[in-house]
Design a protein around this ligand. Structure first.
Ligand SMILES: CC(C)(COP(=O)(O)OP(=O)(O)OC[C@H]1O[C@@H](n2cnc3c(N)ncnc32)[C@H](O)[C@@H]1OP(=O)(O)O)[C@@H](O)C(=O)NCCC(=O)NCCS
Length: 181
């Protein structure tokens, strides 16, 4: 089993606070992961809440992002999964996770994910994954996410999709207030 990299550092930064070089590196790494369309990432990047970079020194090895999707889209996802009552309009979407092929299996994602969890605290968030993506689809390895409803097909992808969520109540309660960290 390969050893985890030492001296990993993760930074969580708003897109407007990132240099052009960082943003280009982000797009390049997501494209290398092959799970998101490069053009869509380029167009949506300025509207993300935060970009999350993990690396050593000035070298970026892995990235992830947090988006604030439109409420309609959140409702669509939970509807597709068969749990419309769970849809929380405040849910943040965790997406565009990718680690460069050379640096996989060395704890880069784990580091990136830990920073994301700390940043989000108890805010509700969700993620959409291809069921066939073996890198991320083992439910036994999930610690925080729960599997929402049933896997489904949707017009946004030809692949079967899985919705996972954290800090969600089984029925969204609009009166509940959240303590943001
Ligand atoms: C998925 C990916 C980001 C993992 O990056 P990585 O840096 O190699 O991962 P790490 O070395 O930090 O290891 C992650 C750990 O999380 C585990 N893990 C956590 N949740 C998991 C899940 N749901 N399914 C499978 N493994 C999971 C892994 O098994 C591994 O633990 P282990 O070493 O004890 O086996 C990387 O393979 C990648 O970039 N893939 C292509 C893009 C992609 O699939 N992105 C996800 C889109 S949703």
């Amino acid at each position: 089993m390969p050893k985890n990299l030492n001296n990993l550092k993760t930074i969580v930064r708003r897109p407007q606070d990132c240099s052009d070089k960082m943003k280009e590196e982000f797009i390049r790494l997501v494209a290398e992961g092959g799970e998101a369309e490069e053009n869509r990432v380029r167009l949506s990047l300025p509207y993300t809440e935060t970009l999350i970079f993990t690396g050593v020194g000035n070298h970026i090895y892995g990235v992830g992002a947090l988006l604030r999707p439109r409420i309609n889209f959140i409702q669509h996802l939970f509807q597709c999964a068969g749990e419309p009552q769970m849809a929380n309009p405040h849910s943040v979407e965790s997406c565009w996770i990718s680690v460069s092929i050379r640096h996989r299996g060395k704890g880069v994602w784990r580091h990136n994910n830990a920073a994301k969890e700390e940043f989000l605290g108890n805010r509700p968030y969700h993620s959409l994954r291809r069921v066939d993506n073996k890198n991320v689809s083992d439910p036994a390895k999930e610690k925080i996410y729960i599997h929402v409803g049933k896997d489904f097909y949707s017009p946004i992808s030809k692949d079967k999709l899985r919705l996972i969520a954290a800090n969600h109540d089984p029925i969204f309660n609009p009166k509940k207030t959240f303590v943001y960290m």
